[in-house]
Write a protein that binds this ligand. Structure first.
Ligand SMILES: [Zn+2]
Length: 110
């Protein structure tokens, strides 16, 4: 859905830019009168907002996908965690504490 919107917006934008160029290059020809500047500007606004909406939707979809997928889980308890994380907050703290003990306690040279 978001990629369709994005593609549609981008293609419209390209088309309008092409029309702008045509209008500028053939300002003497009757084709320029067939493309009112006001219409082009409005179309540009619409396509630009289409692109913006597409990008926003894409980000949103990505966010919900990560949550609904639940692919990344805590390796200890299986709780869903944010992408890239190995442990849930609780276990991450445990692991860090353990690491801290190992590196700073006991084995520290006197
Ligand atoms: Zn956990």
């Amino acid at each position: 859905m978001s990629s369709t919107l994005l593609r549609l917006g981008l293609w419209t934008l390209v088309l309008i830019l092409a029309l702008f160029v045509v209008r500028e290059s053939y300002s003497e020809a009757p084709i320029a009168e067939m493309i009112p500047q006001r219409m082009l500007e409005q179309a540009m606004m619409v396509s630009a907002s289409l692109v913006v909406a597409g990008v926003a939707l894409k980000v949103f979809e990505k966010g919900t996908k990560v949550v609904s997928k639940g692919k990344t889980r805590c390796t200890v308890c299986g709780k869903p965690v944010p992408a890239g994380a190995i442990y849930c907050r609780e276990h991450l703290r445990n692991m860090l504490e353990r690491e801290d003990h190992r590196t700073h306690g006991g084995t520290r040279p006197r």
